[in-house]
Design a protein around this ligand. Structure first.
Ligand SMILES: [Zn+2]
Ligand SMILES: [Zn+2]
Length: 344
C-alpha cells in the first residue's frame, strides 16, 4: 500500500463489496482519526448490504461496531491523544432536534451516517463528541461490542427489573446472550430460549439460570415450573418474529413488561387479546438503537466484566474477508463475526 493510503471495503451497490485504496482521511478541526482495530458484523449490516433497507444509500462503506486507537486529532480536539484506545459512535446526531432534546438522540430526526467512512476500513474519522475513551485494561476486541451492547442495555432498562425478577430472553444469538448478561447484572433471574443447542451451551457458560430449546420442550410448562401461578416479570424478544411476540405476551405475570427488541422483516402483524394487556397491566415496549448514555453504560458493563463479550466471537476474519463474514451472519452460522482490521 502506498504511503498515505488506506483500505476501505467499498460497496458500490447492494451485494457487492471490494477492497479499494483511498487517501487516509484528514481529520477536521473537531475530528478524531481512529485506526480501526476491530469492526464487528451485525445483522443490520447484512440487511443494509443486501439492499433491503430503503434508508441505506449506495455507494457506501458499512461497519458501525468499531474499536481502535487514536491516530491523529484535529487542532481543536482537547481530550484525546494519539495512541489512546477508543470506541467511536459511527452515527452523528444533530443534538438540537426534538428527539435529541428530549433524551432520545437514538431517534434523531437529522442524523448523519458515515456513508463513505464506515468501520470496515483501516481508519474512521468522527467528531470528538462521538469518541468514547477506553481503559487500558479493556481489550479492543471486547470493546468493539459497545454499540450493540448499548442497544441491549437500552432495551433492558425499559424492563425496570428488580432483583429476583424472572425474565425470558427469547433468542440466544450474540444479542440475546448480551441481554441475558445485562438482566443478570440488574439482579434478574433469566430463562433463555433458542432452538440451537450450541447457543444454549454458551448461555449456560455465561450464567443463564435456565435454558430451554422450545422445539423440544414446552415453554409455557417450563415457565409454570419456574414461577408457579405467576409467570414472567419481563421478557425480551430478540428475534424478528411476530409469532414469538404473540406467544410471549400471555406468559407475562401481572405487571409484566415485554420489549420488542428486533425489527420484524418482512413486515408482519401481531394479533393479541387486548384483555390480556388490560387486566394484566402489561407494558409492551420497543427499543431501537442507542444514545450516548446507553453507550456509556455498555462500556461500564464491558470494563467491569459484568458483561463478557469476547466469548461471543465465533469468527475472526481479516478485512478482505468481509464478504465471507456477511454470508456467515446471513446464514446464522456461529455467533459474532468479528473483522480483525488492524487489531493484534
Ligand atoms: Zn449493530
Ligand atoms: Zn437530533
Amino acid at each position: 500500500m502506498a504511503d498515505g493510503e488506506m483500505r476501505v471495503m467499498w460497496c458500490e451497490k447492494p451485494n457487492q463489496v471490494e477492497v479499494r485504496r483511498v487517501p487516509i482521511y484528514e481529520p477536521g478541526e473537531n475530528e478524531v482519526l481512529i485506526r480501526v482495530a476491530y469492526a464487528a458484523v451485525c445483522p443490520w449490516d447484512v440487511r443494509a448490504y443486501t439492499g433491503l433497507s430503503s434508508s441505506v444509500a449506495f455507494p457506501r462503506v458499512l461497519g458501525h461496531e468499531v474499536s481502535g486507537t487514536v491516530a491523529s486529532v484535529g487542532s481543536k480536539v482537547k481530550n484525546f491523544t494519539v495512541g489512546q484506545p477508543v470506541c467511536p459512535d459511527m452515527i452523528v446526531k444533530c443534538g438540537t432536534c426534538k428527539a435529541c432534546r428530549s433524551g432520545r438522540s437514538n431517534r434523531c430526526r437529522r442524523l448523519t451516517f458515515m456513508q463513505f467512512r464506515g468501520g470496515y476500513a483501516d481508519y474512521v474519522c468522527v467528531p470528538e463528541q462521538n469518541v468514547f475513551p477506553l481503559k487500558e485494561s479493556t481489550t479492543l476486541k471486547a470493546a468493539a461490542f459497545m454499540e450493540p451492547l448499548a442497544c441491549v442495555t437500552r432495551g433492558q432498562t425499559l424492563l425496570e427489573l428488580f432483583p429476583g425478577s424472572i425474565e425470558l430472553v427469547a433468542g440466544a444469538g450474540p444479542i440475546g446472550l448480551m441481554h441475558m448478561q445485562v438482566a443478570k447484572a440488574f439482579g434478574a433471574q433469566v430463562l433463555i430460549s433458542d432452538p440451537i443447542p450450541e447457543r444454549l451451551e454458551m448461555a449456560k457458560e455465561l450464567g443463564a439460570d435456565w435454558v430451554i430449546n422450545p422445539e423440544k420442550e414446552d415453554l409455557g410448562k417450563r415457565i409454570q415450573q419456574i414461577s408457579p401461578g405467576w409467570g414472567l416479570d419481563a421478557a425480551v424478544v430478540t428475534v424478528g418474529s411476530a409469532r414469538l411476540i404473540e406467544q410471549t405476551v400471555p406468559m407475562l405475570a401481572p405487571g409484566g413488561k415485554l420489549n420488542i427488541f428486533a425489527g420484524v422483516y418482512p413486515k408482519d402483524e401481531i394479533r393479541l387479546d387486548p384483555n390480556l394487556i388490560h387486566y394484566g397491566e402489561f407494558s409492551i415496549t420497543g427499543s431501537a438503537d442507542s444514545t450516548h448514555l446507553d453507550m456509556f453504560h455498555a462500556l461500564t458493563f464491558i470494563e467491569s466484566g459484568q458483561v463478557r463479550t469476547e466469548p461471543l466471537i465465533s469468527h475472526l476474519l481479516p478485512l478482505e474477508s468481509l464478504g465471507e463474514g456477511i454470508e456467515l451472519v446471513k446464514n446464522h452460522t456461529g455467533l459474532k463475526v468479528m473483522i480483525q482490521v488492524n487489531g493484534g
